[in-house]
Design a protein around this ligand. Structure first.
Ligand SMILES: [Mg+2]
Length: 263
């Protein structure tokens, strides 16, 4: 952990990583990291530059690439139309390997009914107020409020958390606040566990993790054991576990292109 704002100027450090390591494990969050955040999640489609860069990376035998997102795996598959990479959904609960094999770290049959009930509670708490969006992801739930009236947000969140608490405690779920979204997910599932899983699979690869939000902190902490965490943010941020910073998704894509170009 650093108490100082991360300096920009990480491009040189990343160029050094490409130069120094022939095998890389590149892991990245999606929203706000590979694509800019949009008003609604379904609008955050990848640009052709990103698709082309990932398409080139997956053909390189010395590179392993993973997208680790809070989105459901089903949603990620739709957003990123490229096979041959790891897609990891619901904060590390759902996995798809490069050869298309899928598995889950939690039992969806046990959680689905609880998430159904939590979605109903969330719907009751928003009471049709404009701008709230409830996203049922099977084994987790997201309550988005990017487009809600700011004055209405605290009341809705407080009443939802109060009503949901007993159900969540019983099912081993926790809340985590992201950028204009409240996420509910299994307590033992986080992006750090997904990062550790991949680092164990690729012990010879140098790991780099890119992320932009509070849910990426576990990823930064896990990768820092023997790799590098890169915060994607236009402004300096204090007290996070990343060691480098890039301003925006376009810089992450440039890094991916540079790996493919070998420079
Ligand atoms: Mg993000």
């Amino acid at each position: 952990m650093t108490g100082l704002p991360l300096p920009i100027g990480s491009r040189d450090a990343l160029a050094e990583i490409i130069r120094d390591w022939s095998e890389l494990l590149i892991m990245s969050d999606y929203d706000g990291t590979l694509v800019s955040i949009r008003e609604r999640p379904e609008l955050a489609v990848p640009g052709s530059e990103l698709v082309a860069a990932v398409d080139r990376l997956r053909e390189l035998e010395n590179i392993a690439f993973a997208v680790i997102s809070g989105r459901s795996l089903e949603d990620l598959e739709k957003m990123i139309p490229v096979s041959g990479i790891y897609l990891i959904g619901c904060h590390g609960a759902q996995f798809q390997t490069p050869n298309g094999e899928q598995f889950e770290k939690v039992d969806p049959g046990r959680l689905q009914p609880v998430i159904d009930r939590l979605a109903e509670l969330a719907s009751g708490c928003t009471g049709g107020k404009k701008g709230f969006l409830i996203e049922h992801k099977g084994i987790s739930l997201a309550l988005h409020y990017r487009q809600a009236e700011p004055g209405a947000v605290p009341g809705v969140l407080e009443s939802f958390i109060k009503k949901a608490a007993p159900l969540m405690a019983g099912a081993g779920l926790e809340t985590i606040a992201g950028k204009k979204v409240l996420e509910i997910r299994p307590r033992n599932i986080n992006k750090g566990e997904a990062v550790k899983y991949l680092m164990d699979l690729y012990p010879e690869h140098y790991p780099v993790y890119f992320g932009d939000d509070t849910t990426d902190e576990d990823g930064f902490a896990a990768v820092s054991e023997r790799g590098t965490g890169v915060l994607v943010s236009r402004r300096p941020v204090c007290g996070i576990a990343a060691s480098l910073r890039l301003p925006g998704p376009e810089d992450v894509i440039r890094f991916l292109e540079n790996i493919a170009a070998g420079s």
